[in-house]
Every structure is written in structure tokens, then in C-alpha cells.
Write a protein of this length. Structure first.
Length: 195
């Protein structure tokens, strides 16, 4: 009579979950030098290289927003980290209250966040939108390069019940203009944001 020996079943060990303090220490030690990484939901994500249309849209948005948010009243951070709880996103543009001399640390809040989207559209609409709503960012824009439009999200709600999202979504076509919530007296042309 032969007996078979059952092979042990391999169980995948759980992944190492990172928190904001761990990420900050690793970053301070240079672990991520030369890499564009974000900490999202406990995972470190390496962001893909930026293509030409994305880079041009970042520049166009920066120049358009500088006219609305001059350095005398606000700071525009371009692809700099934020500290949102244990997350460390790298938004394309963040508008923060205060002059560039006054903003000395990675921001924990913002007047407006802008993401430029082509290949990352679903990520920006989902994960990023929930994160920004959870941290009460009043206005979040997605410059949708493929759709040639601007998606504007306002009124963050639901963080207290575990369902952070924006109550108001409006899509502006390339022919339209809008005023940011933090500068209601000004009008920005969507066409000025798009390559």
C-alpha cells in the first residue's frame, strides 16, 4: 500500500503595508531618489514617465493659474508631495494659501488640486478623487487630455461615513470658462489649460 504525502500549501505572506512616517523616513534616506513615487493605500506606486502632452499641460496650467493665484497670495506646487494622512500623493499642481516663503512644508490641504490625465484617468477619477474628498479638498480638477475637457469636482462629502466623494461634478468643454472657488472673481478658459 502506497501512501502519498500531501505537499504543503504555500500561502502568500501578507504584503508590507507602509504608513506615512515610514515613507517619509525612507524618502529622507534617499531610497526613492530619481523615482516619482506615491504612497497610496499603504502601497508605494511608481508613476510612469511623463509624455509630451502631459508635460505641456502642466506648463499651460501653471501659467494660467499664476494669473489667478499670484505668488503674493498663493503658492502653486508642481508635482511636489502632499501629506494627506498616511498618503503621499504627487499631484500635478496644488494651489496652497500663503506665499512661497510661507509654505515651508509639504501641504496637508489645498485650495485646489489639478491632475493632468491621459493614461491615469480612471486612477485620478477613483483613487485620487476619494483621497482628496476624504481630506476635504474643496475643489479638484482633472484636465482630461483624451476627452479635451476639464472635469471639476466640488463639495467633498462622505468621509465621516467611509464613502468620501465629491457631491458636485461638472464637465467643462474646451469652449467654456470657469472661476475657481478660491478666486470667484476670475474666469479661466478651459482652452488655456489644454495643449
Amino acid at each position: 500500500m502506497s501512501t502519498s504525502i500531501a505537499s504543503p500549501v504555500f500561502q502568500r505572506p501578507p504584503p508590507l503595508r507602509w504608513n506615512g512616517a515610514d515613507f517619509d523616513r525612507a524618502d529622507d534616506m534617499g531610497l526613492f531618489d530619481g523615482k516619482r513615487v506615491e504612497l497610496m493605500d499603504g502601497e508605494i506606486l511608481e508613476m510612469p514617465p511623463m509624455n509630451d502632452p502631459h508635460a505641456q499641460a502642466v506648463r499651460l496650467c501653471n501659467y494660467a493659474l499664476l494669473a489667478v493665484f499670484p505668488p503674493s497670495r498663493a503658492t502653486i506646487s508642481i508635482q511636489c508631495p502632499m501629506r494627506l494622512g498616511d498618503a503621499r500623493p504627487l499631484p500635478d499642481l496644488v494651489i496652497v494659501a500663503g506665499t512661497p516663503r510661507q509654505v515651508v512644508e509639504h501641504p496637508t490641504s489645498a485650495l485646489l488640486i489639478v491632475e493632468i490625465s491621459d493614461t491615469s484617468l480612471e486612477y485620478d477619477r477613483g483613487v485620487k478623487s476619494r483621497l482628496y474628498a476624504a481630506h476635504d479638498i474643496p475643489e479638484y480638477w482633472i484636465v482630461n487630455l483624451n476627452g479635451r475637457c476639464l472635469e471639476v469636482r466640488r463639495q467633498p462629502i462622505g468621509a465621516d461615513i467611509g464613502d468620501p466623494h465629491y457631491a458636485h461634478l461638472q464637465v467643462h468643454s474646451i469652449e467654456q470658462s470657469l472661476a475657481p472657488l478660491a478666486a470667484p472673481q476670475t474666469q479661466l478658459k478651459v482652452a488655456d489649460l489644454l495643449p
